[in-house]
Design a protein around this ligand. Structure first.
Ligand code: EZ4
Ligand code: CO
Length: 403
């Protein structure tokens, strides 16, 4: 028995907001879990502080599965991003504790390494095709084996996924949502030339990825996929919103381009039909937002039956604790595909010192017991929470559009 004697939420903003759950046992072992939900951070903090933490005190930290079921089945209101991020944070912290007590890195508890490291993909962004290709070349020079390409859309002032000139890319950029314009026609015309140029310059030995950010209808996505086929993308991500999972049937009828979806999924139910009908190739569920290691492993196990691989979300709005958890998961899971990597700022890395590392396009979680991430609470306390939102998108005639 490792009795949970205290738990609290730490909120910090070293350039962007992060919410962290810290659980401590009677033996003084501390576990950390990421609870960051971009743009809705305080809702998760309250869910944990007001509703979850009181239920944790006195429980045995080793009973990870039981606590997961208690928080999932025991709440009348199942699922949803706030609930599942809270459960995810508890789950991560408990795996961290179990690893520290065992003296083993978490991937060893998950069955051990299935590979030498986790292939990651980086983000190459630019206002123009040329700038994006330059960014991609820089990634290849740093050893990346896979690169996501996003370029500004001619005729649109700002494009989601592309940094403002001279600034580091951080999507949650304002205390009230900024508004951006969207035109499917302009966008569709811009992607093929980007991939054409990329293959011409970068050749065929690097994986190229692209994120649509849920902005197309299924039939439009089918057409884009078909048009991109000659350039052999590794995947087309979030081609259409996935609330209606059957929508992916239409995309599949028209293209053989591999499909990835799931960074906003909370549970296996969001992916059940997509997986069972083999409508996707990569499932992108995030360790924090989909109920922690315990639940994302379950999603991966179902996906494995259908030859679907993992491709976990790894944006900068997920804290280093989630990145570490994703790497322990990715190193051990049989059907690993790829891991997204958007490196955190130096300041974020200083607040969250960690054991994971990058080398030649691959990442490894390190061999420290537990998840291998700490929090420098003194430094964290210097950076107060600052409300920040992702932008919203409207069509050129003012119609509110998909985020
Ligand atoms: O827009 O994490 O693939 N990565 C992405 C990210 C998401 C943000 C939203 O919080 O799409 O940049
Ligand atoms: Co994405």
């Amino acid at each position: 028995m490792a009795e949970i004697v205290s738990a609290r939420v730490i909120i910090t903003c070293p350039g962007r907001n992060f919410v962290t759950l810290r659980i401590e046992t009677s033996d003084g072992v501390v576990g950390l879990g990421d609870a960051t939900l971009n743009g809705r951070e305080l809702a998760v903090a309250s869910y944990l502080t007001d509703h979850v933490i009181p239920c944790l005190i006195g429980r045995d930290a080793h009973r990870i599965e039981d606590i997961w079921q208690y928080l999932y089945r025991g709440a009348y209101w199942r699922r949803g991003p706030v609930t599942m991020s809270s459960i995810g944070a508890v789950d991560m912290a408990l795996w961290d504790i179990k690893g520290k007590v065992a003296g083993l890195p978490v991937y060893q508890l998950l069955g051990g390494a299935s590979r030498d490291g986790c292939m990651v993909y980086g983000h190459a962004n630019g206002a123009t095709i040329e700038e994006t290709i330059e960014a991609a070349i820089a990634h290849v020079e740093q050893g990346y084996k896979a690169v996501r390409l996003q370029a500004g859309v001619p005729g649109l002032k700002a494009t989601y996924g592309v940094a403002k000139p001279g600034q580091r890319y951080e999507p949650a950029d304002a205390s009230l949502p900024t508004e951006s314009l969207w035109s499917t026609e302009r966008y569709m015309r811009s992607v093929v030339p980007l991939f054409e140029k990329a293959r011409e310059v970068l050749g065929w030995d690097v994986h190229l990825l692209h994120d649509v950010h849920h902005r197309l209808t299924p039939i439009e996505a089918g057409r884009l996929g078909k048009d991109l086929e000659p350039f052999r993308p590794f995947w087309l991500e979030d081609a259409t919103p996935a609330e209606n999972q059957a929508a992916f049937r239409i995309i599949r009828q028209h293209t053989t381009v591999p499909l990835a979806v799931g960074e906003i999924f909370n549970t296996v139910w969001d992916a059940k039909q997509l997986i069972e009908e083999q409508l996707i190739d990569y499932v992108r569920a995030t360790i924090v937002h989909a109920g922690g290691l315990t639940h994302v492993r379950r999603i991966a196990a179902l996906a494995d039956l259908y030859q679907i691989r993992t491709g976990c979300h790894g944006a900068t709005d997920l804290s280093p604790v989630t990145m570490a958890a994703a790497l322990h998961f990715g190193l051990s899971v049989p059907n690993f595909g790829i891991q997204e990597l958007m490196p955190h700022t130096e300041l974020t890395d200083a607040v969250f010192p960690h054991a994971y590392s990058y080398k030649h396009g691959m990442m490894h979680p390190g061999d420290k017991p537990g998840l291998g991430v700490e929090i420098d609470e003194k430094l964290a306390a210097k950076y107060e929470y600052k409300r920040a939102y992702l932008p919203v998108a409207r069509l050129e005639d003012g119609t509110m559009f998909n985020w």
